[in-house]
Design a protein around this ligand. Sequence first.
Ligand code: ASP
Length: 372
Amino acid sequence: MSPNSAHTQGSGATSPREAELPGGPGAPRLLIIYTGGTIGMVRDPKTGALAPFDFDHLLDNVPRLARLGYSLGRVQFHPAIDSSNMSPTHWAAIAQAIEANYARYDGFVVLHGTDTMAYTASALSFMLENLEKPVIVTGSQLPISDIREDGTTNLITALQIAAAKDDDGKPMVREVAISFGDTLVRGNRATKASSTEFGAFQSFNYPALATMNLHIRFREELLWRPSAGGALTAHTTLDPAVSVVFLHPGITEGSLRAQLAEPGVKAFVLRTYGAGNAPTTPWFTSAIADAVRGGRLIVNVTQCPDGGVEETRYDTGDALAEAGVVSGYDLTCEAAIAKLMYLFGKGLSASEVARLMPRSLRGELTEPGADL
Ligand code: ASP
């Protein structure tokens, strides 16, 4: 599927309309990829419910964009979608749009609904190998056409971040990041933490990459600096054979075994308690061990947003490690799902994926002993 003709489940990206807003000579060249989300939604006059709308409407509401002086191209999903409908196929369309336009733009701003923004940012971080330019994902809690709204500031700030350079003239941000409210966070560390706050996203296990108040202040020492070099490669084949098992007191053996027996699933993210703990009752441990023996990969990710898995801290976590469960350390659930889909999508075996899951590929987790 090419980004110029992408149509996925009724949605896709079309070719960029060049120089929608032309900038002056030497102006930063940025590509806006509009997928949908509240930022561009309009209210149904009868019900008041919000529905995705098109990109022109969004630009009409931000005439001051022209004052940035940037050269702005665009790619738009047709139709724009509520991000609850986002899927790995859409992620592939976004990644392809970035790859196809990589040489022509200095940076990319992805406009996206907040509900699944952290999943998309996580997925793009893995899919875009050797990324050396900013991919800034943003959206808003209120539509840009509302009188009081957060979309205008979020959009303009995201563009300014995507245009920012360091002292050597290189892009300041060379990774996928979410810019929202007054913070910039690494995409694969982000979680939507509030359905009402203008600062909707938090990165509990890694500090903010920048703060945006009176000034935009980057913390350069925290930004991802790719070491490998090489051309950008967009890995657009993802394997969705991934599921999540959420522990809770009262979970039954029947329910657990039924979930772990789901046909076609290669890997489970096991949402455990606290520092990665789970019941030690024998039926529980043997259901997990049976699934591992049956070839399923199980990754331990805590239900706590802050902190991570330390399996050997308690007996209750130790039993999981002995049963063959792999530690996800301080991965978010969003990043764990995206990473599994990416690694299995590369055609790797379960044992290869198990080896890579506890390693940091794009700064998504803190390996034991590593300094933040
Ligand atoms: N439901 C919307 C979406 O994710 C919410 C938002 O954009 O804030 O598309």
